[in-house]
Structure formats: structure tokens, C-alpha cells
Write a protein that binds this ligand. Structure first.
Ligand code: AMP
Length: 282
């Protein structure tokens, strides 16, 4: 695997592969790779000849009071994992390589409607940072296909909308959420949890599964389901940001006749902010 830190080196390598008619697959990450990231490589492998991965903790997508400085950075261990999974090229740029000496991007990509919902509303500027960096990474890597995790459901929706609106020539695949044995969705932020909090954190997925079961059994009182789930999480020590039954396509609150649903949750526990979701079809 080649490790590149410059935009120029990535472009040169991808150009050479494209000249050989190779199909380029892309996995964007912030590093500290875990089982959830690794599964993205398994999802994309049948769809491409070469796999490019990026590791970049993107300052643009962190709010001033968020965990940018504390975000776990484990480049050497990540390189070993990427090598073992057969990635072909790692792009691990500095902030300066991506954003110049200002460390900022004057140009921003805003997927307006989705920015005004859930994590977009609560984490001001977060999805603008995500869309801007992913757009930039697509321009650097020029992939034919890219994969994103369903764990970050709203992020996936933002990226699909951006790609469609800006006619970016890349196919977007999604990959199911990988979980620990307890049901807790794998996440770099799980390391902020104490062992006791980690046990508690598994409740998020249990609550989601119970809500799904109730909806599948015909319970259409979404407000009541959301309220009861919130109470359960609060009683266990969480501070929930939201728990919402939404339309799986638009992400707007579900209506009685909505058939494809997603239950989205974000909740704080100790030092961690955890997100998760499950889809339901009725
Ligand atoms: P991150 O490094 O957290 O920015 O995540 C990089 C990519 O990995 C995104 O597409 C995430 O949605 C995906 N991802 C992170 N955790 C999981 C997980 N538990 N299951 C599936 N995909 C994940």
C-alpha cells in the first residue's frame, strides 16, 4: 500500500490507474479504524479494482466545543489494518495540505434542507464541514465509487443529496452498521466511555429495536414511542439530543402513511455523544 500525504501524489497515482482502466473505489474516514470501517472495504471490494482510503480528522466538521483535539489519532495502527485488508493507497493529509495555512475553506458546500434537521441543527456547521471535505476528497481522488456507513444515516443522506445536486460522477454505496456484541454501534467515540458507561450504552440499540418491534406490530403513535424511549434513556443516565421516527428517504418526521421509516437517535452519555439508527418497513 502506498501512503501519500500530498494531493499531487494521490492524483498522479489515480491517473496512472485510470489510464490502465482500473475502477477506483474510495473509503473516507477520520482514522482510528475499527470493525465498522473495515467492513466498508468488504462492501466496496466487488465494485472496484483499486481501493483508496483517506484518513483525515476534518476540523471543519467539529464545533468549537467539540472533540477535535481529543479525537483519537492512531495512524500507525491504522496503516497496519489497511495493509491487512488490501487497501491500495492511503491519503493521509495534514490540515495545511487540505486547507492551506489558514486551515479553513472559504468555499463551503451546504446541503441546506438536511442541515436544518437533527444533527445538522444541533451541531451547527457539522454537515457543511462534512459535505465540503467529502466534495474536496472526491475532487482529489476522482473515485468511480465510494462507500459510506449507514451508521451515520443523516451523513449518508447529505452525501447522496450533494452528489445528485452537484452532478458529481461517483456512485455512492452504503454499508450496514457494524455493532459490538452488546449491540452498541462500533465508533471511535466509544473510547470516551468508561466500562460501566459502555454497558449502559448498549441500551440505545435495545430501545431502537423495541421501537421497531412496536411499529412493526402496528403501533403508529410515533410521538408516544419517542417520548417513552426518551424517558428510558434519561432514566439510564443519557442526555438524549433527539429520538425521532422519520421518513427514511426525506428524514422528515414520519406521517401515518409513511411506509419506509428510520428511527434516528443521538444521545450523550458521559463524555461521548452517540448516534444510531434502525430502519423499519411497514
Ligand atoms: P468516521 O471515521 O467516523 O468519519 O467514519 C468513516 C466511515 O465509516 C463513515 O462512512 C461512517 O459512516 C463509517 N462507519 C463508522 N462506524 C461505522 C459502523 N459502526 N458501521 C458501519 N460504518 C461505520
Amino acid at each position: 500500500m502506498t501512503v501519500a500525504s500530498s494531493i499531487h501524489a494521490v492524483r498522479a497515482q489515480v491517473k496512472a490507474w485510470r489510464e490502465q482502466s482500473a475502477r477506483i473505489g474510495f473509503v473516507a474516514t477520520m482514522g482510528n479504524l475499527h470493525a465498522g470501517h473495515m467492513d466498508l472495504f468488504r462492501t466496496i471490494a466487488p465494485h472496484c479494482d483499486r481501493v483508496v482510503c483517506s484518513i483525515f480528522a476534518n476540523p471543519l466538521q467539529f464545533g468549537p466545543a467539540e472533540d477535535y483535539a481529543a479525537y483519537p489519532r492512531t495512524l500507525d495502527a491504522d496503516i497496519d489494518k489497511l495493509q491487512s485488508i488490501g487497501a491500495d493507497l492511503l491519503f493521509a493529509p495534514t490540515v495545511q495540505e487540505m486547507y492551506g495555512s489558514s486551515g479553513m475553506s472559504d468555499t463551503k458546500v451546504s446541503v441546506k434542507r438536511l442541515n436544518n434537521l437533527y444533527c445538522g441543527k444541533l451541531r451547527e456547521g457539522h454537515f457543511i464541514g462534512v459535505a465540503t471535505v467529502v466534495c474536496k476528497l472526491f475532487n482529489i481522488v476522482s473515485p468511480h465509487v465510494a462507500v459510506f456507513g449507514e451508521k451515520d444515516y443523516q451523513q449518508l443522506a447529505v452525501i447522496r443529496q450533494m452528489v445528485s445536486d452537484l452532478s458529481i460522477p461517483v456512485d455512492i454505496l452504503s454499508s450496514p452498521t457494524i455493532r459490538e456484541k452488546s449491540g452498541l454501534a462500533s465508533s471511535s467515540r466509544n473510547q470516551y466511555l468508561t466500562p460501566a458507561e459502555k454497558t449502559t450504552a448498549a441500551l440505545i440499540y435495545s430501545v431502537l429495536c423495541e421501537m421497531r418491534k412496536a411499529i412493526e406490530a402496528g403501533d403508529g403513535n410515533f410521538n408516544d414511542l419517542e417520548a417513552r424511549a426518551t424517558t428510558r434513556l434519561v432514566c439510564a443516565g443519557f442526555s438524549p439530543d433527539y429520538i425521532t421516527v422519520a421518513d427514511a428517504m426525506t428524514l422528515l418526521p414520519a406521517q401515518p402513511d409513511t411506509r419506509n421509516l428510520v428511527i434516528l437517535v443521538a444521545a450523550r452519555l458521559g463524555k461521548a455523544r452517540l448516534i444510531d439508527n434502525v430502519t423499519v418497513t411497514i
